[in-house]
Ligand binder design. Structure first.
Ligand SMILES: N[C@@H](CCC(=O)N[C@@H](CS)C(=O)NCC(=O)O)C(=O)O
Length: 224
């Protein structure tokens, strides 16, 4: 069985966990705790790869790092080329570029959120930050989504990242949750595979960032 290794948080692993659940790939959700040295002093030292990091994905003899590379491997291995905009036989389609663009746009929103949540001045900045750094691009994405079911009509990997971003925003900025976003999130949560995943409680459900480094790591963090 494959293993996805990451901290016991949503972080960079959550879209990958959602993808694995959607594709019904059985996997071990290997969770490292912040307060012990299992990753840093043991597994990282023995990880047979030039660039050991979290998240990692181990599938038999194959070891992959980087949150951008892992989903591509999983999607291709499962012949779901459509999730990255390729033709059904894996050949190039201009849509592939659209998916990469959309992943970039959603990650631009995430980058802004991360800058805030890791800022030691979080408490001071939080109130105005949504209006100055997030809402402009978020509104454009909502407008782009329009009446479509998913960001690019049919489901693509960009939706897995966007869904997790919406959940994060729902805790950080409840005012961000317009009807279009809540409807979209509900639609995503109703997809077979995803439904079972979101209905299962996980230790990290409300933990988005590394507690040691982030000023705000989730709705239960004492910083909020
Ligand atoms: N570019 C990498 C960044 C990975 C990264 O920064 N991982 C952080 C958690 S978000 C970590 O703690 N890595 C473990 C380490 O550095 O040993 C990716 O996208 O996977």
């Amino acid at each position: 069985m494959a293993t996805l290794g990451y901290w016991d948080i949503r972080g960079l692993a959550e879209p990958i966990r959602l993808l694995l659940s959607y594709l019904k790939v059985p996997y071990t959700d290997k969770l490292y705790q912040f307060d012990n040295s299992e990753w840093v002093e043991q597994d990282k030292q023995n990880f047979d790869h030039s660039f050991p990091n979290l998240p990692y994905y181990i599938d038999g003899d194959i070891k992959i790092v980087q949150s951008s590379a892992i989903p591509i491997y999983i999607i291709k291995k499962n012949n779901r080329y459509d999730l990255i905009g390729q033709n059904i036989d894996g050949t190039f389609n201009q849509r592939e570029i659209k998916v990469i663009e959309m992943v970039g746009v959603v990650n631009d929103i995430r980058t802004q959120i991360i800058r805030l949540c890791f800022n030691p001045e979080f408490k001071k900045l939080r109130e105005n930050y949504f209006a100055t750094n997030i809402s402009g691009l978020l509104n454009k994405v909502v407008e782009f989504l329009g009446q479509k079911e998913f960001l690019l009509d049919t489901l693509t990997y960009a939706d897995f990242i966007f869904y997790d971003t919406i959940i994060l925003l729902s805790y950080l900025y409840p005012q961000s949750q317009c009807k279009a976003l809540t409807d979209y999130a509900k639609r995503f949560e109703n997809i077979d595979g995803i439904k079972q995943y979101v209905e299962t409680p996980h230790s990290y459900d409300k933990l988005f960032f590394h507690k040691t480094y982030a000023s705000w790591s989730g709705p239960n963090s004492d910083q909020f």
